[in-house]
Structure formats: structure tokens, C-alpha cells
Design a protein around this ligand. Sequence first.
Ligand SMILES: Cc1cc2nc3c(=O)[nH]c(=O)nc-3n(C[C@H](O)[C@H](O)[C@H](O)COP(=O)(O)O)c2cc1C
Length: 217
Amino acid sequence: MTRRPWLVGVTGASGTPYAAAILRGLIDAGEDVDVMVSQAARLTLLDETGRGVRDRHWREDLSAWLDRDVSALRYWPATDIAAGPSSGSYRTKGMIIAPATTATVAAVATGVTHNLVQRAADVTLKERRTLVVVLRETPLRLSTLDNLRTLAAEGAVIMPATPAFYAGARDVAALVDFLAGRVLDLCDVDHDLYLRWAGTLGAARSDVEWEARVDQH
Ligand SMILES: Cc1cc2nc3c(=O)[nH]c(=O)nc-3n(C[C@H](O)[C@H](O)[C@H](O)COP(=O)(O)O)c2cc1C
């Protein structure tokens, strides 16, 4: 059977934990995954985790970062414009850019692409495949809003990195998992990353039991 991976492009916005949670979710679901990491993303990864991703040592580096067996993953250097995802004939299920910078959003929106992440996203759009863009920037200038509008008009799903609080997250990792879970929902990938809304106000609150205990004293 033809391998049909999810492409995951990690770009140099703050928010590398989102990338890690999404990649783990895809791996845990048994999905095929191709990873691309922009040059700037190496800096944010270093800044936020103290880890590096080296093209020649990507297996060790990704496995240490993700705490997963990455032997089934495919890794493409972001400078390799001749890589598989550069062509529409390379079969994929679609692409997730997480976190996405305003720079990559601009490049994809205009079609003036300079690296493999941008080219792969350009190809994903032209082939009418799923493209999820997890933008991380605030506030937003008008040109970014215009670029996001262009991408949305072409079928991309714009998924700002804004976790919600209704799922009862008790720590930052749970907020990250919430966002990752919503991204996987868009890709129709099964996961157990957050508690889904089931129609009852307060059902996920962790303080309800606590309040009941306090009332007894
Ligand atoms: C530590 C650090 C954090 C950054 N955070 C953001 C961010 O949250 N959003 C953003 O759009 N750019 C951010 N940038 C700037 C981008 O990395 C920069 O525009 C870069 O050229 C983007 O390249 P890329 O899109 O190919 O990864 C950050 C840069 C650094 C060094």
C-alpha cells in the first residue's frame, strides 16, 4: 500500500510544545509522518527545550525531543527543495504547520516560497489537500490578517494557538494537549488528548470536588 503520511512543518514561532504534542499524537495513532523543521525553528526549539535538531542526527534528536520511537518517521531537511513533499505527485494526507510563523504564512499566501516547509504547504494547497496552520503570534498586523484570509479562502484551516479552558486543564501541558487534540480532530486522527465537551456546564472543573470538601469544614 502506498505510504500516505501527514506532513508536519515546524517553523520558528514560539510554541514548540505544540509541535511535540501533535507529533506524538500522530505517532501514537499509528499515522505515517514526515517532519520538516525550518532553520528558525531550530532556534526556538533550542530556546524552549535546550534541544537541537541536526539533519544528520535527526533520529536521535527527534527521539529525545518527542520521547518516542521515530524509526518509522521520515525526516526531510528544510533546505532540501528536491525532497518528496516538494512535488504534488508525492502522496500525502495533508499538512500541519505547527507552530506557524507570520513569515511562513506570508510565504505560503503569496506563493513566494524559500524552503521546504513553505514549498510543501504551497503544494498541499495546490493539490487541494488539508492544510492546518497553527499560527502563533500576537498581536497581528494587517498584512498577516490578509495573508490568513488568503489561505482560508484557498481552503486552509487557520488554527490560532489559543487553547480553551472548558476541558478542565490543570496544567500547561494539558492546555497544549487540548490544542494538539483539536488539530488532530481536524485531521480526523483519533486521540485521547482532552476531555470533549459533552453538554454539561462545569463537568470538567477540577475544583468542584474541592469546594464540596471545603463546605464540609
Ligand atoms: C525565540 C524566538 C521566538 C520567535 N517567536 C515568534 C512567534 O511567536 N511568531 C512568529 O511569527 N515569529 C517568531 N519568531 C520570528 C521567526 O522565527 C522569524 O520570522 C523567522 O524568520 C521565521 O522563519 P520560518 O518561518 O522559516 O521558521 C521568533 C524568533 C525567535 C528567535
